[in-house]
Write a protein that binds this ligand. Structure first.
Ligand SMILES: [Zn+2]
Length: 218
């Protein structure tokens, strides 16, 4: 790869370390021309096959873009979204397949999103799972309530009473929202082509600010 500072055509690896869980290799590199150093992280490529049959590198940015829509007006920060996208990528990588269907990304989003924000989860699930009736929402809410009850029983019963009242309003809002918004299948799968660049293309530089991304893995 070329130097991110001076674009010299070659760089020298001066140190390689495998990540603790073995899923990545971090390399320290030095440019023989300008002498500056930077790091790269090498991971196996994760290819997403879209419904159309086209494939593209997995992108955390696209996961964030897809989920952000469902989080409008909710107390979910950019950091929360970044962490969710990381969890999604980790769970997909842990499954071990080098190639996944876009559909699987949506599935991998549901769990962490449910932990993050129940209303955002309902919105996302309603699009992703093509909810078509009030009953679909009621079923999903029943599951959320059951989980909440389990959590309360398991320890922190603090939110139980207050939570139920709150839940009523939130459910209503979620239903309305989901009903108004067009079911964007691609957004639901979080792989909509929104122009964002891929981040997990298998060879992402962690070097100094401004080094950006490197060429896709071979
Ligand atoms: Zn250089």
């Amino acid at each position: 790869m070329h130097c991110p500072f001076c674009r010299h055509a070659d760089t020298r690896v001066i140190d390689s370390r495998t990540a603790e869980d073995g899923s990545a290799i971090r390399r320290r590199r030095q440019c023989p021309s300008c002498g500056r150093r930077f790091s790269t992280v090498e991971t196996s490529s994760l290819t997403v096959v879209k419904r159309s049959g086209a494939s593209e590198p997995f992108s955390r940015d696209k996961v964030v873009a897809g989920v952000r829509k469902a989080c409008q007006g909710r107390p979910v920060s950019d950091d929360d979204l970044a962490l969710l996208a990381q969890q999604v990528e980790e769970s997909l990588r842990a499954a071990g397949a080098a190639q996944i269907d876009a559909h699987e990304i949506g599935l991998a989003i549901l769990g962490p999103l449910r932990q993050l924000d129940e209303v955002a989860y309902l919105r996302f699930a309603s699009v992703y799972s093509s909810f078509s009736s009030l009953e679909d929402f009621e079923d999903a809410i029943a599951i959320l309530r059951a989980e909440r009850a389990e959590r309360s029983a398991a320890g922190s019963g603090a939110r139980a009473g207050q939570g139920d009242e709150e839940q009523g309003d939130e459910d209503h809002g979620a239903g309305e929202r989901a009903g108004r918004e067009p079911a964007d299948e691609q957004a639901a799968a979080a792989q909509a082509t929104d122009g964002s660049a891929p981040t997990a293309d298998g060879f992402v530089s962690l070097g100094p600010a401004g080094t950006g991304r490197e060429a896709p893995a071979r």
